[in-house]
Structures are given as structure tokens and as C-alpha cells.
Design a protein around this ligand. Sequence first.
Ligand code: ATP
Ligand code: MG
Length: 468
Amino acid sequence: VLPKGVKAPVEGTSSGWAAKNNEPYINYDLRREIPFAIDRKLYDEGIRSTVSIPLYQDRVLGVFNLDSIEPMRYSPDDLQLLVPISKHISIALENTFLFEEVSREKMEWEKTFDAITDMVWIEGRDRLVLRANKALLDNAGLSVSELRGMHCSNLLARVGIVSVDCLCEDLPVQESQSFREIRETSGSVYNFWIYPLKNEKGKVYASVHYLKDVTNQKRIEQQLIRNDKLASLGILVSGIAHEINNPLGIIAGYSEALLDRAEDEDLKAVKGFEDFPEYLETIHKEIFRCKEILGSLLGFASPQSGKTRILDINELIMEVMLLVKHKAKSLKHNLDLDLNRDLPKVNADPGSLRQLFMNIIINAMYYTPEGGKIRILTGIDNVIQNTASGEKQMLKISISDTGSGIAEDIIERIFDPFYTTKPTGAGAGLGLSICQRIAREHGGMIEVESGQGVGTTFSIRLPVAEEQ
Ligand SMILES: Nc1ncnc2c1ncn2[C@@H]1O[C@H](COP(=O)(O)OP(=O)(O)OP(=O)(O)O)[C@@H](O)[C@H]1O
Ligand SMILES: [Mg+2]
């Protein structure tokens, strides 16, 4: 008996001849004649006669060989029996091969199904789950057997969709694909497709369901749209500000001249003129207020032109403190400084940074009820930032307050220009958008963390200067 796996060559063997010619071959007596050279090996092992019958089913599958130590053991009569047996073997072999191929393909499809990171499942017409991919099993935290036979509506709650009972309710098993978008109150957004599975007659017997979490994608899209809007808004604002700035300058100049003239004793003596100095003073004051507002609008809309220098953030914060101390005192706020003495320097425009810290500290004081605590902390950030110009060590300046906090649903908008929760007329809503612009212009960033009723912390990160 030959061991499994031994390969016999086609050329030079009688079984090879049978396979090639698709015809049985009988070696009557190897002692007398060995027509195929390699058959000598059989002879050396004591074989004296052989019969080879091809195994054929649309193609050659192999050869059915019988060997005997007796010469003249096989005759053409034996073929009457052996050929039909070979046919049976051929059919069985072909089936095995086909089965192996099908299982291999099935496995490949299953792997493909599981490789999809979105949730995919198949439902029968009764809306019960027949199969599900790995992403769905993982998201639902269920095993294959737990999931099979589950109703669509029970499944959804498991993956966090609660706003709809059933995805396919108003999408009956249709002839063609259908789509819908699901928006959860939690802010999650899903895209959902159904594709019908049809039998040979074109009748829908099941449907493939494809559920994709697009929350992040949507958020990025929204951000892009918003950035776009802000950019156009900026252009518009700076245009208007410039236009108003010039006539306002002229009015300011004339009001100043008039104010000087109103000091004239002769004029003051004229009845009916006595209110003039006071009115002119008010006009003058109000014009300067307008100019201030315009200045901040222009500052917001056009890039900073301030000169940068190497500076110490702690010193800058001390300067800002001098400006806000008085206000803090009147509000009975407690200002607490925790400045790291070994702080590396930054390369920055001091005017802009002063404005940045002022804005955030003024906010902290404004949005914190009397007697609150405002803490300013400086230090080296323990995260190295990967920026376009290589790895950067950052400083971190945190400004925390014990104020009202910021509601979760508005926190994303507080850096938008003109976003304010102050009553109409009380604030422009430009403070934080200017701060963010300044931080970005310095290669830094601002983050906010807030708990309602607990307080808010703004963290400003700025890159350390290369030369110290
Ligand atoms: N420390 C804080 N605590 C609570 N809410 C804050 C704090 N800082 C900012 N906010 C919120 O962010 C919004 C935007 O702030 P921003 O400084 O940009 O504008 P504003 O303070 O409303 O107006 P402006 O600064 O132009 O006078 C505020 O209206 C407020 O709702
Ligand atoms: Mg503000």
C-alpha cells in the first residue's frame, strides 16, 4: 500500500497513460513486459499485474488502480465491474471537491461580512433576525444564538437607538433599496439602508440591513459649514467696520473741536447755549465707545499685526492682575494665583496675550456669583503636541472659576463670534472668539471644561519659545 501523499508521475506510468487517454489499462504480466519505465518500481516491490481505470467526471479527477502479486490477475472481463465502480467513485469525488469549494467560499463570505465595521444583519419577512455580523454582535453585546430570532425593535435598544421603535416600520420589505437617517436625542446620527434579497422568481424573502454610525462625520461636516459661515461673516464685519470707522473719525474730530470752542466764556454766557458743553461731552464719549466697539470688531476680523517677543507668561499674568484686581475686589471674588516659577518663556505678542487673559478672567468674574473663587494656574503641559513644524512643548495656563458653569448644549458654540447668553445689548459675544483667534495665531489652543453649578476651567496652551 502506498502511503498518502506520494506523487506518481503521469509520464512513464500505466496509470498516467490511463488518465491521459481516459481509458482503462491492464498490465497482464510485468515479468514479461514493462511498457512504462517507472512501473518497474511496482515490479521491484513484487507486483506482477495491475489495472488502472481513469476517474472522470467532466474532467480527470484521478485514477483507480488495483495491483496484484499474481500475474494475469486482471482481464478485460473485470472491467465490466470495475468501470461502473470507478464511475461511482468519480461522482463521489466530484461532490467532495464541490463541497470543499462551497465551504471555502462560504467562509470567505462570512469573513467579509465580519470585516465590515458597520452593523449588518439579515432579517426574514417576519422581521426576525436571521444572521448578524460581528460589528452588530459586539455593539449589541449579544451572542449569535441570542441574536438569532430577535425582533428588529428589541435589537435597536441594544445598540443605543431609542428614538424609533422599528427601523423598517415605514419601510416595508420593498422591491428596491431604501434609506433613512436616524437622529437620536443624544446627538448620535445613524444612516440606515435596507436592501431586499430576492429568490429566482424575484420575490423578496429577506432583507439586508445596514446601520452606520455617522455621528462624527456629521459633526465634522457641521463644523466645516460653520467655519465657512464664520469666514464670510468676518469679511462682512471688517468691511462694515472699515466703512463706519472713517466717518466716525471725522465726527470725533469735529466733536472735539466743538468741545474746545464750547469752553469759550462768551459762548457760555449766551442763553440757550448753556447745555452745549454737557451735550457735546456726551456725544464725544459715545463716539469713543463706538470706536472701541469697532476696534474690537476689526480686531476680530483682521489678523493681528502686533510684534512678538520672548516673554514670561507669569509676568504677563501679574500685569493683567493689576488691571482686574479692583473689579475682583468690588465683586468680593477671591483671586488665587498658582504660578510655576520655572516656566519656560514663550514667543508672543504681549498685547494680544494680555487681551486673551483679560477676556477669560473678565468672563470668569462676570459668570461667577459674588464671593466666588477664581484660580489661575501656570505650568508645563505634560503632553507634547505634534504640530506641522514638529513636536512642541507647550505651556498650560488654566483659569478656573466657581461660577454657573456652561450648559452642555451650548458649550460647543461659546467660541463662535456673536454667541452670547448675556441680555441683548449687554455683550457682543466676541470675547472668546477673539481669545481663540489669538491662541491659534500663537500656535496654541483653548479648551474648556465645565460642570453646571460647579464652575468652568479654560485651559490655554501655548508653545514654548525655541530660544529661551
Ligand atoms: N467662565 C464662564 N462661565 C460660564 N459661562 C461662560 C464663561 N465664559 C464664557 N461663558 C459663556 O460663553 C459665552 C460667550 O462668551 P464670550 O466671552 O465670547 O461672550 P460674552 O461674554 O457673552 O460677551 P462679550 O465677551 O463680547 O462681552 C458667554 O455668553 C457665556 O454664556
Ligand atoms: Mg466675554
